[in-house]
Design a protein around this ligand. Sequence first.
Ligand code: UDX
Length: 459
Amino acid sequence: MKIAVIGAGYVGSVTAAAFAASGRRVTVIDSDPRKVERINGGRSPIYEPGLDALLGSVVGRQLLTASDRYDSISEADAVFIAVGTPSLPDGTADLSYVSAAADSIGSAINPDRFTVVVDKSTVPVGTAGLVASRIEERSGLKRGEAFAVASNPEFLREGYALEDVFYPDRIVIGTMDPEARRILKQLYRPLLERHNYSSLADVIPQPAQPKADTIYFETDEGSAEMIKYVSNAFLAVKISYINEVAKLCEAIGADVTDVAAGVGLDSRIGSKFLQVSSGWSGSCFPKDTAELLSASRKYGSELTVVKAAVESNRGMHDYCVEKVRRRLKSLIGKRIGILGLTFKPNTDDARQTQASVIIGSLLELGATVAVHDPQGKAMFQALNPNLQVRYCDTGEETANGTDALLLLTHWEEYALLDWKAMRQRMRTPYMLDTRNFLRTAPWGEWGYEYEGMGIGTVR
Ligand code: UDX
């Protein structure tokens, strides 16, 4: 089978590499010549653990190539649309890249063979219909005859994308077209059967715990599109809930880590996504909750639970700033060090991060801010050109002369810092660990005042 993937971002690169590793011939199409060149050189266009090695292997075996041209579409059994769907100012998803991809498919599609066009990007309900209409308009073909459009949302977590793509909980296929269903099932068979990727044993990560079989779930287009948004919004609500509980735990004198652990023991709730933080952020949750909320209003059925989670999340960013302000009294002239600019570890993705909001507030309150991140500096700097911060090369440098250190992202390398020695670099040894990541260290012994989230003073 041959496939084409439009878009060499996070989703497109990982999806394309996984299909190629399953023996499919894959062409990745992207208009950015730098990405095309990187992929054809066997290197990843993004930072994602393991992806460099995987792409190196499949490009080396000529299973995957990249191109800025669309001609491979005419030979493809399936064409995946994996382009960005950023938020417009009103919260709705910007579909201009999806529409442009549909037009390109319409111009290049082969009328003499059946092609299934697959929406992999997170798109609002109704987008499969929009994509189909644009292809019909451009090509003069009729959907259901020479082509069909299916929705097949991705559930990859950045930083764990390879594990998620090779060991998914579920594969959701939204189409009622029998030929499209047949092609997609065949395409996914190696992944479903946990194909023996022995030649890639060093590259594909094994899940920490044995994974249950992948569920292959078929439905209609609209329901598949909803599943993606509802899943992400549900996770965001879950995190917001525990984050609010963390604030209450602080007030009451309970420990949110134990509360979350105890609550998560109920298999109906589960322990995942109950990790306290300064709020959820990143390239998916903010945009997906905004789109779902905006769609719910449009259809006169506002999802007030999601609305509350969005408000609560912003409140969580503010709560972190408030904790620092409470400790230091005033922030005017205070020096704050920030550890972590990405929305979570193991990614260079600094889109819509809590760091930008928190740093913005600290600056507004008169603080000066030094920042560090192992991978996210370049993207953060490009996306936040107006934030007047000092970029540091190491965690140690970030601590120099500070009145407070805020750990926003739990990068493993922050656990390896010599915290005892770091104390000497700080002017006021106050540490706010928004992930309760380092809570077991002997902070008091080292002369710090340590605060986590929802744990008050450490027991
Ligand atoms: C998410 C979904 O998990 C994934 O299925 C979907 O396809 C894309 O969106 P991702 O955005 O990569 O993935 O990150 P995720 O690991 O879900 O974390 C999202 C945010 O929630 C991050 O800011 C993270 O730090 C935060 N988070 C996560 C918490 O604050 N607490 C938790 O317990 C889990």
